[in-house]
Design a protein around this ligand. Structure first.
Ligand SMILES: NC(=O)c1ccc[n+]([C@@H]2O[C@H](COP(=O)([O-])OP(=O)(O)OC[C@H]3O[C@@H](n4cnc5c(N)ncnc54)[C@H](O)[C@@H]3O)[C@@H](O)[C@H]2O)c1
Length: 259
């Protein structure tokens, strides 16, 4: 008998669509194809039109503006969703930002403000995005994913403070997995290989990263958005019910190669 992942009747909140190249959007398309109902948050008024455009083909998506570094705004997103839906089944966190000056150049030149901006946006936000969603999950629990990168463990020149932020993010994913495990809320991270997106464009050396992954990964190529989206679908479904607190690489195997 064919086995497929069916998310009909499941509902979730997607954080981090900026446009149709966003990883969050690739994940959303896959989730929608599998029958899930989706709510989207977008950072600010400027992103409203691109997010409306991306989601135009979906059936009645909920769209809410929210800067995820503002706890009160995160809470009001979930209050709104609770009023509309009552319960949710999954959350997708695809949020990252660092000041352009702090990407490239000497890592030691990162100042306190730049450190705060990168860590608050790219790591801290997972905590309210998961913590404040927790009361909305039903008795059977649910699943959360975030997006990380290999630079949490190894040095990619130019990625700088974002590597520090990803290390913090991965640690949070493990701590949240332990905290919410008793409620059967699973928390995992996908560690994706380089993909051309808005955020990626501001990383100096992104082309070199892409080239190195293509040339040295066991699969001898770069990954694509759909491969991340398929893994997200698996992690957000009951098919992955035994997995929590894990960092799952979708990197064509690059992470296992030393030379
Ligand atoms: N593109 C890659 O190569 C790659 C690889 C591995 C991991 N990732 C991670 O994937 C995630 C998504 O990035 P992407 O590449 O799709 O780029 P993207 O630019 O499409 O997405 C980043 C999102 O973060 C949002 N954001 C920034 N600050 C925010 C804030 N304060 N509140 C709410 N939202 C905020 C932006 O609006 C945008 O939607 C990021 O965590 C990124 O680090 C990307």
């Amino acid at each position: 008998m064919a086995v497929s992942i069916d998310l009909k009747g499941k509902r979730g909140v997607i954080w981090g669509v900026a446009n149709q190249r966003s990883i969050a959007w690739a994940i959303s398309e896959r989730l929608a194809e599998s029958g899930a109902e989706l709510a989207f948050t977008y950072l600010n008024e400027r992103l409203k039109a691109p997010v409306e455009k991306a989601t135009a083909g979906l059936d009645n998506p909920i769209l809410l503006e929210c800067d995820a570094t503002d706890d009160a705004k995160v809470q009001s997103v979930y209050d709104h969703i609770k009023d509309k839906w009552g319960e949710i089944d999954f959350v997708v966190h695809c949020i990252a930002y660092a000041e352009r000056d702090d990407l490239g150049g000497d890592f030691s030149a990162t100042n306190l403000q730049g450190f705060r901006t990168a860590l608050e946006t790219s790591a801290y936000t997972l905590m309210p995005v998961v913590g404040r969603a927790a009361p909305l999950f039903g008795e059977s629990g649910g699943s959360v994913i975030t997006l990380t990168f290999d630079a949490s463990q190894r040095v990619y020149p130019g990625y700088n403070i974002m590597g520090t932020a990803k290390a913090a993010l991965e640690n949070e994913a493990r701590q949240l997995a332990v905290e919410f495990g008793p409620s059967n809320i699973r928390v995992n991270a996908i560690s994706a290989g380089p993909l051309p997106t808005l955020a990626a464009r501001s990383i100096p050396g992104f082309r070199d990263m892409t080239k190195a992954h293509r040339e040295r990964s066991p699969l001898g190529r770069n990954i694509n958005h759909k491969e991340v989206a398929d893994t997200a679908l698996f992690l957000l479904s009951d098919m992955s019910s035994g997995i929590t607190g894990s960092i799952i690489p979708v990197d064509a195997g690059y992470g296992i190669v030393a030379l």
